[in-house]
Design a protein around this ligand. Sequence first.
Ligand code: HBI
Ligand code: FE
Length: 288
Amino acid sequence: MATTALKPPPGAAADWTIPQDWRSYTAQEHATWDKLFARQAEMLKGRVTPAFLEGLDVLRLSKPGIPDFEELSEVLMARTGWRVVAVPGLVPDEDFFRHLANRTFVAGRFIRRPDQLDYLEEPDVFHDVFGHVPLLANPVFADYMQAYGAGGLRSMSFDALHWLARLYWYTVEFGLVREGGDLKLYGAGIVSSFGESVFALDDPSPNRIGFDLKRVMRTRYRIDDYQQTYFVIDSFDDLLRQTLETDFGPLYAALGKEADLEPQDVIAGDKVFTRGTQAYALQHKKAS
Ligand code: HBI
Ligand code: FE
């Protein structure tokens, strides 16, 4: 993952938070949110886990304009004890983990420019709030996010960050969940993306493989294009249980003895839902 400065920039607190300053958003910035919101809410019907839609609803995220984090946090706090605070951009891993362990979700306050609706690298308020916050209203997913942060803090003394980052990537950002025999979206990187919310579910190109903690932690990922493999959890309960039941020390020791897997690999023991053609990845191979 991207590295960041170690000290918060001027104007940010020691924990990297900044005021959201909701009043300073322009009409055009609110309009960008509304446009993105309308497009994604329509796209996600029937594709996303119902828990996500429930979150949008209970948090009243369909209200026009960029959400005010204080208002949002009040409702979220009453449901699951989480709150949303603003940060200037990526924060160092340890600070990120500490916020999660304290049930605080850090969100970008800026919104993408109108010419960047489909692609940007840094997480903006649409990705962070539309993508991540609805599931924080789900009690089980909310506990998973806290457990991830606490596990991250405990792992700071191990050389384990790349493994943990893969777990976050393939669950929180790009996870699929099996519900009543169908696959549904839940990862924030997918649900906040117009293109990937179709690709992840319907395209024949990517693999779709059953989630296994160690398998996922061995698997490298790409940050520059659609994923080549999506991992499918059985339920949020199962994801939380696997995470809480695992003793991460021995897991890291075992991972240290095994080779990394490439994003497209399928191996013996995988529970394969879809064996991808990888046609998309082959066609879009970056010239290097
Ligand atoms: N900071 N603001 C922000 N948002 C993230 O998603 C984030 C971060 N810092 C570190 C980080 N993610 C990841 O490296 C962890 O998942 C490992
Ligand atoms: Fe994200």
